[in-house]
Design a protein around this ligand. Structure first.
Ligand code: AMP
Length: 217
């Protein structure tokens, strides 16, 4: 497999730092980034038909159906495909079916996966302290002392970041998403997600350099 990389998937348990890493990359690389969690939270906030259907699922920490997610991601990929930019996916695929569908939407050998590895106690500790912007969806990790988002939005706790819901999300991750990691065994790069956001970002930068993806000039 030596084709041009068009699509990067960020994989990792809830709280492993995917959102923080994705924001770091979106600021420094000329890439199109989208997070399926942010897209869904936005639907809920806007009270769209989809938002009403998925609200309780998100609150319980369960997964939205594959058909809905596959359609959502396909539509978003098609919107930006003509730009020729690398696409970064955060939060998708989360099931083996989603990974199989993604291989049909984009050429399998143009996809690489970066997995952030962090142990369960650490993710629960991180999630209990993280906040997100109610306006733009940016994630603020436990070390961040900001009182408002740089966009001016209010920083709030996600409703699905309560400890009992986090435990359910971790179980769902083990049951449904770990098989995705195995599915990608020939395209995956595993990174230890422990350490400060800067330390993790450095490792991810090295990884992108290795894939031939250069920083924005
Ligand atoms: P995240 O922000 O990635 O943690 O996603 C928040 C919630 O959105 C998840 O707990 C799921 O309920 C839902 N969700 C996000 N992405 C997906 C996906 N690919 N498949 C199913 N549900 C998803």
């Amino acid at each position: 497999m030596s084709g041009k990389i068009n699509l990067l998937v960020l994989l990792g348990a809830p709280g492993s730092g995917k959102g923080t890493v994705a924001q770091h990359l979106a600021e420094r690389y000329d890439i199109c980034y989208f997070s399926t969690g942010n897209l869904l939270r936005n639907e809920v906030k806007e009270k769209t038909d989809l938002g009403r259907k998925v609200e309780a699922i998100l609150e319980a920490g369960n997964l939205v159906g594959d058909d809905v997610m596959n359609e959502m991601v396909k539509t978003n990929i098609e919107k930006v495909a003509a730009s020729g930019k690398v696409i970064l996916l955060d939060g998708y695929p989360r099931t083996k079916n989603q990974a199989e569908v993604l291989d049909k939407v984009a050429a399998a050998d143009s996809i690489r996966v970066i997995e952030l590895d962090v142990d369960a106690d650490e993710v629960v500790a991180r999630i209990s302290k993280r906040r997100v912007c109610a306006k733009c969806g940016a994630t603020y990790g436990p070390m961040d002392k900001a009182e408002v988002c740089s966009c001016g939005g209010e920083l709030i706790k996600r409703t699905d970041d309560e400890e009992s819901v986090v435990r359910n999300r971790l179980n769902t991750y083990k049951e449904k998403t770990l098989p995705v990691s195995a599915y990608y065994s020939d395209r995956i790069i595993k990174i230890c997600g422990k350490g400060t956001p800067e330390e993790v970002a450095r490792k991810v930068n090295d990884c992108l350099r290795g894939l031939g993806i250069e920083k924005r000039r």
